[in-house]
Design a protein around this ligand. Structure first.
Ligand SMILES: Nc1ncnc2c1ncn2[C@@H]1O[C@H](COP(=O)(O)OP(=O)(O)O)[C@@H](O)[C@H]1O
Ligand SMILES: [Mg+2]
Length: 329
């Protein structure tokens, strides 16, 4: 089995609300990402996916955030590092791509200057022409057809898809071992989305990069990921290899998500979806947080939070009644 790059153990992220109240956005999650694998982190909006990834990168404001648990990257305990040590890791060994490329690019700087900044930061002592050559190479890697021209452009002169490619080029220019991509294709149209996903697979194949791909779109996961982690209201509720998850979902939430994916060739008047919405952090239901929306819920579900347990090879689920879900599926 490939080496484990990132190991997250019992990660809990709380935000301060008011003078002394803390609310829990991520409620003790554990998972791993290995070199060369693309792991999908899925769940509806508001389930804690971004908070999880920002916690791994330690990008939350210190003043109102409390993060506990263990985040180990190649043997280093990230939560215990001093800020300058963490900065070394950020952008050097772990890179992050965000949903909105426009918000991450500087609107008044040409692409070349932004890429040069990123490249020089991690490769001191390169000559001007060497840096330029690296800029060209970085844009070529992400399939930009005329890199010399794009380098001279400002972000607003590029399409959304091109900006996202530039973002990925910047993230990849330091050859990170781990790439965290938070909804990298959500703002893009379907054709560009497919190209960006193909690009991620290519990067993984060529550089053995481990990728944590965050999305609310199970279609994206089915196409790209080898393993899937399903998150609901701050907890991991299921984890399995991608084929197993789609063929054999155990958790009622996963089953609901899969049924909500529109399928080609299947004409449906209305998509079946999960009733209700993700609970607010300040009003978390007791016991299983999905119970109020769950078609299989029993009174005992509200008594305590179910644990994530092994239910098959590489397959974990946090619903003690998963057998009922499977019978029906
Ligand atoms: N800085 C913050 N302060 C307080 N609450 C936050 C903060 N960031 C996110 N949240 C809340 O945490 C929950 C999870 O958010 P998020 O991780 O962004 O969800 P998603 O799965 O859509 O990425 C949401 O209820 C969100 O409102
Ligand atoms: Mg998010």
């Amino acid at each position: 089995m490939a080496e484990t790059l990132l190991e997250v153990k019992d990660l809990k992220t709380e935000f301060k609300r008011g003078k002394k109240d803390w609310i829990t956005a991520v409620n003790g999650v554990s998972f791993q990402v290995r070199a060369g694998e693309i792991v999908g982190l899925v769940g509806e909006s508001g389930c804690g996916k971004s908070v999880t990834s920002l916690s791994v990168m330690r990008l939350h404001s210190k003043h109102n955030t409390r993060i506990t648990g263990e985040v180990t990257f190649e043997g280093k305990h990230l939560l215990e590092l001093k800020e300058p040590e963490m900065q070394e890791i950020r952008g050097n060994e772990i890179s992050m791509i965000f949903q909105e490329p426009m918000s991450a690019l500087d609107p008044i700087m040409r692409i070349e200057d932004q890429l040069t900044e990123a490249i020089s930061l991690h490769n001191q002592g390169l000559s001007k022409s060497e840096v330029h050559a690296r800029c060209v190479r970085a844009l070529k890697l992400v399939g930009i057809p005329e890199p010399e021209m794009t380098l001279r452009n400002y972000p607003h002169e590029l399409s959304g898809g091109m900006c996202q490619r530039v973002m990925i080029a910047m993230a990849m220019s330091c050859e990170p071992k781990l790439l965290i991509a938070d909804e990298p294709t959500t703002a893009l149209d379907v054709t560009i989305q497919a190209q960006i996903l193909a690009l991620m697979e290519q990067i993984r194949n060529e550089h053995n990069t481990g990728i944590l791909l965050i999305t609310h779109d199970l279609g994206v996961v089915a196409e790209t990921c080898s393993r899937v982690i399903v998150m609901y209201a701050g907890n991991i509720v299921e984890e399995a290899p991608v084929k197993e998850l789609f063929r054999n979902p155990h958790h009622p939430y996963t089953k609901g998500l899969i049924e909500s994916v529109p399928r080609l060739g299947r004409r449906v008047r209305r998509l079946p979806s999960i009733p209700g919405s993700v609970p607010d952090l300040s009003a978390m239901p007791s016991g299983c947080r999905f119970a109020p929306r769950c078609a299989y819920a029993r009174p005992e579900c509200s008594a305590r939070l179910p644990e994530l347990v092994e239910v098959g090879p590489d397959h974990k689920c946090a619903c003690p009644f998963y057998a009922n879900v499977r019978k029906e599926a």
